[in-house]
Design a protein around this ligand. Sequence first.
Ligand code: ADP
Ligand code: MG
Length: 699
Amino acid sequence: MSALLQKPIDYLKGVGPNRAQLLKKELGLHSLQDILYFFPHRYIDRSKYYTPGELPQTTADVQVLGSISHIETIKQKRGSRLVATFTDGQHSMELVWFRGQQWIQKSLQLNTPYMAFGRLNWYGKKCSIPHPELELIADHEQRKGNFQAVYPSTENLTKSGISQRVMRQIVENLFEEVQNKLQEVLSDEMRNTYKLMEKNEALKVIHFPQSQESLARAQFRMKFEELFFVQLQLGLKKQHRKERIKGIPFPKIGNYFNSFFHEHLPFPLTEAQKRVVREIRTDLNSEAQMNRLLQGDVGSGKTIVAVLCMLMALDNNMQATLVAPTEILAQQHYSSIKGLLVPLGIEIGLLTGSVTKKEREPLFEKLANGQLQMLIGTHAVLEETVNFHRLGLAIVDEQHRFGVAQRAKLWRKNNTPPNILVMTATPIPRTLAMTAYGDLDLSVIDELPPGRKPITTTHRFDSKRLAVFQFMREEIAKGRQVYIVYPLIQESKVLDYKDLMDGYESIVREFPLPDYQVSIVHGRMNARDKGYEMERFISKKTQIMVATTVIEVGVDVPNASIMIIESAERFGLSQLHQLRGRVGRGASKSYCILMTGSKLSQDAQTRLQTMVRTQDGFELAEVDLSLRGPGDVMGTQQSGVLPFLIANLKKDVDILKTVRHAVDALLQDDPSLSLTNNGNIRLALSLTQQGKSIWKYIG
Ligand code: ADP
Ligand code: MG
């Protein structure tokens, strides 16, 4: 069967070399299987239709019965449009085309009944349908079934005569070949439990539905299947890791941890922090390697959790490392963690790109002989030349900047792979986390430290800039500090850079010496200069920090209480949220001001309104997901959220939950999938893995 499905579409009745070429190019359909899984994107209820005299006053997709009494081309300012008068004899409406006019005009027949389908467009009392699908009523009546599939298409296809009708015919021909020959891939048991339609039937119904009810069941079945195999692979991978990959257990809680925890904690931990430390402790105490994702909103206090975990490693005579995505952040972690651990007399080192060769030598030596217990750094830590004596724990901060390949490098830093903790502040919606990070265990810090005052977020147009400056002066007079962030989405963009420098100059003019000091940090500066400027800001020598998004990640300056984001419409929601998280960390009331021009797109308005309305990272993430779709949500490209053929992570949350449940139950019962009942699943899985492997997407 699978050989049949791999046959190129050229061999299918009704296709032929020319159409095959087009279908490949326009829709990426190469094999019979591709067509089988080329799902309609909507359906038309062919039992309902209107006449031009009784159209509903809405913008719905409808069928209209009528005939064309007149066609003309109307010149416009730019180009022209083709307008057909569509009538039932008494009333009429218009059918309009802006593209492919010549070809359409030639193919239309006057005074012949048609069924037109498309979206109604009302202009006062006049109604039109732009680019309708037209079908001669004679053909229309021949069709079986009321519901009809509509496939995604392109202009080129339509122009070349591959209409919806042709497409449906091709699919019908396909079904003649594959009818009832498709291998069921789920077990009978599972189909019973979750009331899943049989596979042959489900595919048939999806392409040729007879009723809304059976269509819904067929879609459920195929979505279930699609999500099931992704989740199953993730589940197996996790199981495999737990069983086969020996970890480095830390059985002991010793002096380092105890002394720090009982005598030197700078603040009591929140309940969420305590819970997460316990979860990690359980992992570290077991034989299996830890591979855990720690999710916690900006400012939720992940760093102290990292420190406690590293102390567990040290207590067991192992080394620990913390890797951060930027030099600034690595430096900041280094100095704050070093400060915290002074009383314990721990040897701790810093390794970033700007540590010189000369400085590296002694560092590398101490790392290799085990004298250096803790190493904080950037990607530099991952380099081949960096050798640990016995690395027991690696923590990656702000995971979304990190690729899978880099995680793999960490694994190889020790003979037995070290325990891994990845920490992220990107509030990934749970549905995405379940798919993107399904192979990691998940811990969540869902509580902010006490005493945080909510940040007041406002949106101001550029025309209100003087008022914003005045506000800054007042706050600075109270001893506060201000961030002003410019979008430098791509550091190479000359224009962005100019915006930043212009902005900096105008700030220096507005806030002149000697009363004011202004810092600047951007990606074109070398690490040393960046560090110097950051240091001046942290030590309150400067009151204003003009920066690009280099400060987005993790920087902690509690006295900074105002975040001004320039051209805020150009940032994504998740980035805005990260930036806002830089303030509201100290005792004083904090503000986030979103500056924009006056022309804003619909999406930009939604983003800004959402930021003003809520500070809840997960709510923001959900809005982000609905605005952009899963493929674009920050941090998910690399982590491999698959392009699904039928499932939709946004809409199918409930199905995903059911699937997770099914996978857990299956692996519990039959971890090696060796029971006869699960033969279908085993076979399908092995085919998935041979063919389009999804493994490459997953870390
Ligand atoms: P993030 O999760 O964003 O990395 P940090 O670890 O940088 O957050 O913590 C943010 C701030 O909150 C820091 O100044 C830290 O000292 C403080 N903090 C963390 N946990 C607590 C707590 N339990 N009580 C009070 N302050 C805390
Ligand atoms: Mg952090």
